[in-house]
Ligand binder design. Structure first.
Ligand code: ZN
Length: 368
């Protein structure tokens, strides 16, 4: 993986009319520029993320993110970032304007796969508006079918872009222009209508955020001579959980919670226990298609809260291990996960250490 993501967040945004530059205003629960950063991280495509900003950003501690100072004009900021990474041996570089927070991770992946045969890949959309062009003393009609409105992120072969950028002295509004101005080939791919640029304050209201909640519950019997899986990781114990799969009650409760929040029935419908192909399936593999749906349908996990109900093992002893494993599997931060242990006063099957139960509640955000 040798891709670098450059986020240009140094603009002043004159049309936005605010003292706080638009890249830093609160947009759908977080600073506007963070939407792009989070998606770049989630895509797992990038070794390094560079944020070009003219105001200090203190909140970021991630080692894979570097913040550098920008230039006066956009093209100068981009030049600075490219110079910054010139000796870091990146094969590809993606350049993105922080004012477009609504692209999908799928678009990043398409940009990446198209780089295999191209040095410049640029998304575009068309317009539904009738379009005119003003010349010195008359206004001409333009055929809108021939108009391409380019977006960012744009992806490039690093060497080709750096070469063009080093010698450029002109104001260009995106990197695609550098290629076109020098008669170099650009591969245009279909962009996203939702990936609009936030220019004025009213653009902030174009998208709605909705929260959904889902609840999950699961219980499995404990049997001797079986490994105990909880939250996708092995926990040392005298018994393991019996089930058609590995019996991981935590992951099963979370899966049901996620399905519930997306209103997509339940784990039993997805993985019927009478189907042989699901026999002994590991629970992280049961989670994978659900995470794909989350990404495809534009949901984001807010938080997961879990009650693990058992006498033993002691949750406090394994909390860190289980939460770390869940954070990896769900691709979210550890501080979005809470795990509580609950005993049952030695009552019933759970009290006799013959079963473990779990309940989980999850909250998802959806952007329409
Ligand atoms: Zn289960």
């Amino acid at each position: 993986m040798s891709n670098c993501f450059i986020l240009l967040a140094a603009g002043k945004g004159k049309r936005f009319k605010s003292n706080n530059p638009k890249q830093f205003v609160n947009y759908m629960n977080k600073p506007l520029f963070m939407h792009s950063v989070d998606k770049a991280i989630k895509s797992k495509l990038f070794k390094l993320i560079i944020i070009v900003s003219n105001v200090p950003i203190k909140s970021i501690k991630d080692k894979s993110i570097k913040i550098i100072k920008g230039g006066k004009e956009r093209y100068q900021s981009s030049q600075k970032a490219l110079n910054f990474i010139k000796d870091k041996k990146f094969k590809n570089v993606f350049i993105h304007d922080a004012a477009r927070p609504n692209f999908s991770i799928g678009l990043l992946k398409k940009l990446k796969s198209n780089l295999r045969n191209n040095n410049a890949v640029v998304p575009f959309v068309k317009t539904e508006n009738s379009t005119k062009y003003r010349k010195v003393n008359k206004i001409e009609n333009l055929n809108r079918d021939n108009l391409l409105f380019t977006q960012t992120p744009q992806s490039f072969d690093f060497k080709s872009l750096h070469r063009l950028s080093k010698v450029n002295k002109n104001i260009v509004t995106d990197e695609a222009s550098l290629f076109l101005n020098n008669n170099k080939k650009v591969k245009f791919i279909k962009g996203e209508e939702g990936n609009f640029k936030i220019t004025t304050k009213s653009d902030l209201k174009k998208k709605n955020i909705k929260s959904f909640y889902g609840i999950g519950f699961d219980i499995h019997r404990l049997i001797k001579d079986k490994k105990l899986y909880l939250g996708g990781t092995i926990i040392p114990f005298h018994s393991g959980l019996k089930g058609h799969s590995d019996g991981d009650v935590i992951l099963h409760a979370i899966i049901d919670g996620l399905l519930g929040a997306m209103r997509k029935k339940d784990i039993g419908t997805l993985y019927p226990s009478n189907k042989r192909k699901f026999k002994n399936i590991r629970s992280p593999n049961m989670l994978l298609p659900i995470l794909k749906t989350i990404e495809k349908d534009n949901y984001f996990i807010n938080n997961v809260d879990i009650n693990l109900i058992c006498e033993k093992p002691k949750v406090s002893k394994y909390r860190e291990k289980i939460v770390s494993s869940l954070s990896n599997l769900l691709n979210i931060n550890k501080n979005q996960i809470n795990l509580k242990g609950k005993t049952v006063e030695k009552l019933g099957l759970i009290g006799k250490e013959l079963a473990i139960a779990c309940e989980a509640i999850v909250s998802l955000n959806h952007y329409d």
